[in-house]
Design a protein. Structure first.
Length: 310
């Protein structure tokens, strides 16, 4: 009746309910009870190298050409409607006294056409929804968090990060923040630099294909509101150090006189600019190049001032 799960559940059937309904089997504890499924720890051996046992959770595969793989849902229990803390859904890889901790893997089912989804969704609350926390283990060498799609002969999957929009007056839409690690202010890592934030696009695959672009696009304004800005802000200096710079050539080398790429490109207009720039950030000045008169214009002191280039 219970298959391979039976021997593990027989001793606790008074606290675990197994439901069979059509094509679905549900294992659920009684109200107020936790549910933990954990494989066995390592069995000691002479070389101290015995591995912990694996726990594999895989959604079902589609068995026909047009069938989809099954989705996989890991969900904590709900709390009472008005108060209480809902149960968390936690997935943790095996711990290692020394060496490398094991990965925690959740995998959707394989399908004849579409693979099964892995859905990670926080619970709904009356006042605030639950968060989603993905944390690599902190040891002598911290673990990595890798998000990737598989390479195929056809089109590959995308990685999309989307926050929620607000529908309430005075509400705040969700933001996306990426912050890298800081060097320690004391101890052995005192002179370690802060970690870099790197965005690297894909290489071209053939002799005539281009490398991938980095596209930064801000939101469109509504009504009389202006569109979002793109801001590059260098870091402040230390107690006696200078602030960082905005560098538009990160190669560390000057361009050759015969270079055909690697240039900084600024906006152009056909003729002298006549519009009055708005939304000017403090400490900044708009500029544009007049292609008709070969003149670089800077807006300063409430007026456009230009210089002819020949």
């Amino acid at each position: 009746m219970f298959g391979e799960l039976g021997p593990r559940l027989k001793g606790g059937l008074n606290q675990i309910l197994t439901f069979f309904s059509g094509t679905t089997t549900t294992i659920k504890t009684l109200p107020g009870q936790d549910l933990t499924i954990q494989p066995g720890d390592a069995v000691n051996n002479a070389s101290n190298s015995a591995p912990g046992r694996n726990l594999t959770v895989i959604a079902g595969a589609g068995t026909q050409t047009l069938s989809n793989g099954g989705a996989l849902l890991l969900q904590g229990g709900s709390s009472s409607p008005t108060s209480g803390t809902p149960g968390a859904a936690t997935l943790i890889g095996g711990l290692a006294p020394s060496g490398t901790g094991a990965a925690a893997v959740v995998q959707g089912g394989t399908g004849g056409t579409t693979g099964g989804d892995v859905n990670i969704k926080a619970g709904t609350g009356n006042s605030q929804g639950g968060g989603i926390n993905i944390t690599a283990a902190a040891t002598n060498n911290g673990g990595n968090i890798a998000v990737s799609t598989s390479s195929t002969g056809n089109s590959t999957g995308n990685i999309t990060l989307t926050t929620g929009s607000t529908t309430a007056a005075g509400g705040t839409p969700g933001s996306i923040s990426v912050t890298t690690g800081s060097g320690a202010t004391s101890g052995p890592a005192y002179n370690v630099n802060g970690a870099a934030f790197s965005v690297t696009t894909g290489n071209g695959g053939t002799s005539t294909s281009n490398g991938g672009n980095v596209n930064l696009t801000t939101g469109t304004g509504f009504g009389t509101g202006h569109g979002g800005d793109i801001k590059l802000t260098p870091g402040a200096g230390g107690a006696s150090g200078p602030a960082g710079n905005v560098i538009l050539n990160g190669t560390g080398a000057a361009l050759a006189t015969t270079a055909t790429g690697g240039f900084t490109q600024i906006p152009t207009c056909a003729g002298a600019p006549t519009g009055t720039p708005t939304n000017i950030a403090t400490g900044c000045a708009p500029m544009v190049f007049d292609t008709t008169n070969a003149k670089l214009w800077i807006y300063t002191g409430g007026a456009w001032k230009g210089s002819v280039f020949s």
